[in-house]
Design a binder for this molecule. Sequence first.
Ligand SMILES: [Zn+2]
Length: 447
Amino acid sequence: MSESVGYTILLAKLVSVGLFVQFCLGQTNSLEGIRVHDAPNYTRVVFDTRSKTKYHVFMLDNPKRVVVDLDDTAKSQKLDPTQVESRVVAAIRRAERPQGSYRVVLDLKRAVKAPKTFALNPVRPYGHRLVVDLYWGSSEQKSVVQAQLDGQRDVVITIDAGHGGEDPGAIGVNKIFEKNVVLSIARGVKRHLDATKGFNAVLVRDGDYYVPLRKRPRLAREARSDFFVSIHADAFRSPAVSGASVYALSRKRATSETARWLVENENRSDLIGGVGKVVLDDYDDSVAEMLLDLSMDANLVHSIDAGETVLAALSEVARLHKGQLEQAGFVVLKSPDVPSILVETGYISNPNEARLLATSKYQQQIARAIANGVREYMRQNPPPGSLIAVLSDSETIRHLVKRGDTLSEIALRYDVSAAAIRSANRLRGNVIKTGEVLIIPRLGQES
Ligand SMILES: [Zn+2]
């Protein structure tokens, strides 16, 4: 079974629900597909587009519907509204709109909160995507979940301080050892997360000793982690190079890792896939491979989302090396079902950054930023059955400000006024900072 077969299945699925749309020529962008996934407390609608799209998403009442405008996007075949299978979206239809943009209307079966919308860059097998998350969580649902609140589990975050023991990692200016800097940061991240309701952090190492690379993600899986973050510091021969980076696994490595998992039979029986609870022992090899492939894909998409959120949070306190998420084949990132990222906190070969990274003040600033990013991501993607899945239903919607966001765009995205956001966050003007978390007042709650 190869990737192309998986892709064909995906396409067949799109066609079968009548949502796959052929693009036409003449526009700068084209809508190539729409996918709808019901999650326990929200429904995710994904728009596949050929290139990055500018968009506006807002809600309308009577009847309840969500409008998605894609700028400069080609018209496509009429969407078949009858075959959507979702607890939330009743139908998807196209609506007329002048000026070359493409308008999709999602008719709703039930009330939802202001949609959370974000764009994702291509990750094979996916191209550019616009994601619209529709959260429900009405008062009647709250009373049900409230009853089981005590039984809800914490999300588990495994934090891996790189290197240790005989392996010092990078050695920087003034003989700073990477292994010591990253242990201090990892402990800080743990403190911040443990202090947050619904979070429980586990350290891979809590001392100066070495843990084999393959064992690190294994420990995360054994702890039934929801997320894994490995913390490092870089060194380079040129002292001029500086800045923090965040990595997710590369797609190529994810594919080769699929094969390795299939060979190691002892791993199979406890593999829980991102496509649901899947015990691969129950399947023959070709089906197992496809399921594992899907799990790897879903996991990679989550890792990339999470990495981008952590990068935005880091940008508030640190210089960034490149300013965008990077992908590489790090061994510690190879879990098939635990979203994983690796944070390079800076270059200890750069005199300035080495000086900063040696101070506990800066170590704790970095630790807080990583914790903020992880928390934000987990709250936006709460694992089913977790306490934060319950809390996120009743809590206010938050928006992590990403580079290039403006207040007016954010207001438009959540369909509230800029004034309402300003007042909810006690902002004096329209200036917002990357990495800042804004409270988004709900629809109808504006004063
Ligand atoms: Zn390292």
